[in-house]
Design a protein around this ligand. Structure first.
Ligand SMILES: O=P(O)(O)O[C@H]1O[C@H](CO)[C@@H](O)[C@H]1O
Ligand SMILES: O=c1cc[nH]c(=O)[nH]1
Length: 266
């Protein structure tokens, strides 16, 4: 069956946004947490809240005269997939995830930024868009601008492969869960990812990369380290404020650099 008609002018069912509300924004910053939307938007000019539907809180602001949407995805790949589907309909072409993450390599420190070069697809959503052999890789151009912006700020950072898991506990081999049990096929998985050079665990990047890439759109991922899994299973809330600020600054500057180098995205 072909010919499904999508009314791009309409308010999108899940995110509650329409083309008109986006003011032609081509760039979207995507934190998971709705509470990170307004603090990130505060680093943009003329920032204002748009709406909130379900886990999707949104705000709009400007980098110079470039409109930028900030919208939460909620936790995990399914809600991230819905966010990308609906934002793509509204004309967004460049997606930057601004997340938190747990580092699994000993040389990574709390508060470091991790700029993704690719992601292990330990989630189910991306498989609905492309077979597992298809690589979850970000846009090179957008990623390069994240690196450039991070360096200009002198923030400590790493680049490399992350792992996007469908669960916070067993998929990231945490034993401090309700049952304390990690199924056999995931026991030892953390050590295996370490030995394969994977830097970190989070939950959305691989779905974002696959869906954007298969749509012919552009995505990148920048995460701040709030857990050191080589030392503990716990997250460290004391670095959250610093991480949030760094994510906002780097994303804002990366948009400026990207726009300067590539012009207004089509
Ligand atoms: O801080 P956010 O962007 O939500 O990202 C991370 O935090 C959540 C888990 O605590 C997951 O969404 C994970 O990817
Ligand atoms: O350890 C962590 C920290 C943040 N987000 C995750 O998914 N895992």
């Amino acid at each position: 069956m072909t010919g499904i008609i999508v009314d791009t002018k309409a308010i999108q069912y899940h995110i509650g946004l329409s083309t008109q509300m986006l003011c032609e924004a081509k760039y979207a910053f995507l934190p998971g947490d709705p509470d990170r939307v307004n603090p990130i938007a505060a680093f943009l000019d003329e920032a204002r809240e748009l709406t909130q539907h379900r886990e999707y809180r949104s705000a709009l602001g400007y980098v110079d005269d470039i409109p930028v949407l900030v919208m939460s995805t909620g936790i995990g790949a399914p809600s991230t997939g819905i966010a990308i589907e609906e934002l793509a309909r509204l004309g967004v072409t460049h997606f930057i995830r601004l997340g938190t993450t747990g580092a699994i390599q000993p040389h990574v420190h709390l508060g470091d930024l991790i700029i993704s070069e690719g992601s292990v697809r330990l989630e189910g959503t991306s498989g609905h868009y492309a077979p597992i052999e298809y690589p979850a890789v970000p846009s090179l151009a957008l990623t390069q601008k994240l690196v450039e912006a991070t360096k200009l700020q002198n923030f400590s950072y790493q680049t490399g492969i992350g792992c996007s898991s469908d669960s916070f506990w067993p998929g990231q081999e945490r034993y401090d869960s309700f049952s304390g049990y990690v199924p056999k096929h995931l026991q030892g998985s953390l050590e295996e990812w370490q030995r394969l050079g994977v830097l970190n665990f989070e939950m959305e990047s691989s779905a974002l990369f696959i869906i954007a890439r298969t749509f012919g759109l552009h995505a990148a991922s920048l995460c701040g380290v709030i857990a050191l899994r080589t030392q503990s299973e716990a997250v460290q809330p004391n670095v959250y404020a610093q991480v949030k600020e760094r994510l906002a600054i780097v994303a804002r500057d990366a948009v400026r650099l990207h726009h300067k180098a590539h012009g207004t995205p089509l």
